[in-house]
Design a protein around this ligand. Structure first.
Ligand code: 13P
Length: 252
């Protein structure tokens, strides 16, 4: 089956109202000429209103980078999924490795966040991936499986229908050291096979992004792999021309 490619930016904790304006407008303008790829940006919470204002009606969707697992309550500083819906979000990243390692998010918690996103009608982008130590000790597939199985165990495989996965090897994030297309493809194929073990149709439709030092220079060779359905882009998503070049590489 022909899966549409998605290129999503993860701005992480970068941006300002003044700086975002040019970036969002340029991305919207550039994406207008790229009907063969879906584009999105996941921005810091305070800029969701700005993204909504500047991207509404464009080909670029927007979303957040995290969400609380409950839909309301006395949780100072947290943001609930229905609030993201108020700002027109389509996507929300859950389980990014920075949240797993720096904020102690377990696979169980990530699965609950995935559930909260789904219940609100958001499309979760579930991140999985191993550290360098885990790769070197041969645990790459075990780690991806554990992170994926937490969601399947809690919600069932149907919860992955029309969801997005992102394979992001921790050692490739922000390091300039990208996984080779073959290395990434191997893990993407493993993930798709694992989902296929539950439901072949869900597996065939599943959008699996690669993330980790994707640049304009390496995007095309990554996106050419059969199980790589686009990218989750950190640093390069902060520069309009770089991000648009990656989006263009994703056009079918
Ligand atoms: P970089 O593209 O900066 O390596 O970041 C990848 C990432 O973490 C996207 O979520």
């Amino acid at each position: 089956m022909m899966r549409r490619k998605l290129v999503a930016g993860n701005w992480k904790m970068f941006g300002s109202l003044a700086r975002n304006e040019g970036l969002l407008n340029a991305v919207a303008a550039g994406a207008a000429g790229m009907p063969g790829v879906d584009c999105a940006v996941c921005v810091p919470f305070p800029y969701l209103a700005q993204a909504q204002q500047l991207l509404r009606g464009s080909r670029v969707a927007w979303g957040a980078q995290d969400v609380h697992q409950l839909d309301k309550g006395a949780y100072t500083g947290e943001v609930a999924a229905p609030m993201l819906c108020d700002f027109g979000c389509r996507y929300v990243i859950v389980g990014h490795s920075e949240r797993r390692t720096l904020y102690g998010e377990t696979s169980q918690l990530v699965a609950e966040k995935f559930a909260a996103a789904r219940e609100s009608g958001l499309v979760p982008i579930l991140c999985v991936g191993e550290t360098l130590a885990q790769r070197e000790s041969g645990e790459t597939e075990t780690v991806a499986a554990e992170q994926l199985d937490a969601v399947i165990g809690l919600l069932g495989v149907q919860s992955l229908r029309d969801a997005v996965l992102a394979y992001e090897p921790v050692w490739a994030i922000g390091t300039g050291k990208t996984a080779s297309p073959e290395q990434a493809q191997a893990v993407h194929a493993f993930i798709r096979r694992r989902v296929a073990g539950h439901d072949g149709q869900v597996a065939r439709g599943l959008c699996i992004l690669y993330g980790g030092s994707v640049k304009a220079a390496n995007a095309a060779e990554l996106f050419a792999m059969p199980d790589i359905d686009g990218g989750l882009i950190g640093g390069a998503s902060l520069v309009a021309d770089d991000f648009l070049a990656i989006c263009n590489a994703g056009q079918n």
